[in-house]
Design a protein around this ligand. Structure first.
Ligand code: NAP
Length: 336
């Protein structure tokens, strides 16, 4: 599997990475079997994947604990990317939260430590200075951010901290970052780590109509607010454009003779500003099938395929605009 460096961190990670958000269960995910989580992580490593993404907030630390358990004896072969929640980034708290993550992960260093969402309530400079100190001490190897818009990135860059990556929501139907965030990141050597490459199953081709999408997965700006009681964006959605695009993506996949899931993953990986694609899966067989489909799609992709996929998803891109927060909008957007 192809590897790419994450910014100038020296960390060389496989393009496809395993996302561990559902591990440990929790709201919307239902009951999660720990053993199945461990088996999914082992399946990822057996496929050659060398990077796992997690966060202290995923199911109150359970996901990190499962990652730690699964990596016993294999830690040195894996890049661990985890995240700290912004409300925990005041210097003293940040240090304590980093130590707690290290404990749950059963390790003495984190490869990539990311600020999960932009910091709003206290000093960005103090938070990043503390992260740099942790880096000097060897507790973390590189510093990243996540969900940072242009203004957020500019604030972070002004501190002079060596940011190597920005983890963002990016897939065929969520292309907000392309207009402004990607150019700024490229200018500063910051790589994009893409999350939700399948829009939580939509790009697998599971649904033909918006009514079929489970409410927990219909909270994003793609859908009308009435699809989910938990919807918070207050926008009209782009259902017509989304389902028209899905039909065209499926037709392209059929022409290529590869599963749609592979096309969706390979399209993200084909973008030059992407260093990793966080494939979300909590079932070993599903992960193996998805990665195989992606590698199969890569073999038949040409620059024209990518351009055609860009074209058929352009209406959705235009309709949803440049706000990278797909759950909240306007003043409430958590990215600026
Ligand atoms: N930085 C952030 O704020 C942020 C936010 C979200 C996610 N992330 C990261 O990105 C990772 C990936 O996100 P995601 O899990 O939402 O990614 P995703 O790849 O868009 O969606 C994964 C989900 O799609 C479904 N799926 C995948 N392949 C399938 C198949 N072949 N057939 C049927 N269903 C299939 C599965 O649902 P079921 O499990 O129900 O089968 C799976 O859990 C996360 O684990 C996390 O590490 C980061």
């Amino acid at each position: 599997m192809e590897k790419r460096f994450i910014g100038n961190s020296g960390l060389e990670a496989t393009v496809y990475a395993l996302g561990t958000m559902p591990l440990g269960g929790g709201s919307g995910w239902g009951q999660e079997d720990e053993q199945q989580g461990i088996e999914t992580i082992h399946a990822a490593l057996d496929l050659g994947i060398n990077i796992l993404d997690t966060a202290e907030s995923y199911n109150n630390g359970r996901a990190e604990e499962i990652v730690g358990k699964a990596l016993e004896g294999r830690r040195d072969k894996v890049i661990i990317a985890t995240k700290i929640s912004p409300q925990n980034t005041e210097p003293a708290t940040l240090r304590a939260h980093c130590e707690a993550s290290l404990k749950r992960l059963r390790t003495d260093y984190i490869d990539l430590y990311q600020v999960h969402w932009p910091i709003r309530d206290h000093s960005v400079a103090d938070a990043l200075a503390t992260m740099e100190q942790l880096q000097t001490e060897g507790k973390i190897r590189a510093i990243g951010v996540s969900n940072h818009g242009v203004q957020d990135l500019q604030e972070v860059l002004a501190t002079g901290a060596p940011i190597v990556s920005n983890q963002m929501h990016y897939n065929l139907l969520s292309r907000a970052i392309e207009a402004e965030i990607v150019p700024l990141c490229q200018q500063h050597g910051i790589d994009i780590i893409a999350y939700m490459p399948l829009l939580q199953g939509l790009l697998v081709g599971l649904y033909d109509r918006p009514e079929q999408v489970p409410p927990f997965r219909a909270r994003t700006r793609h859908f009308k607010p009435e699809r989910s009681e938990a919807s918070r964006h207050g926008q009209p959605g782009a259902e017509e454009e989304v389902f028209a695009a899905l039909r065209q993506i499926r037709a392209i996949a059929d022409d290529l003779g590869v599963p749609m899931v592979g096309v969706a993953l390979a399209w993200v990986a084909a973008k030059p500003f992407i260093c990793n694609v966080l494939v979300g899966s909590r079932k070993p067989q599903q992960l193996v099938a998805n990665i195989q489909a992606a590698l199969e799609a890569e073999k038949v992709f040409t620059p024209d395929t990518v351009a055609e996929l860009d074209r058929v998803t352009e209406e959705v891109r235009l309709k949803l605009g440049n706000n990278p927060d797909y759950w909240q909008s306007g003043e409430a957007s958590r990215s600026r």
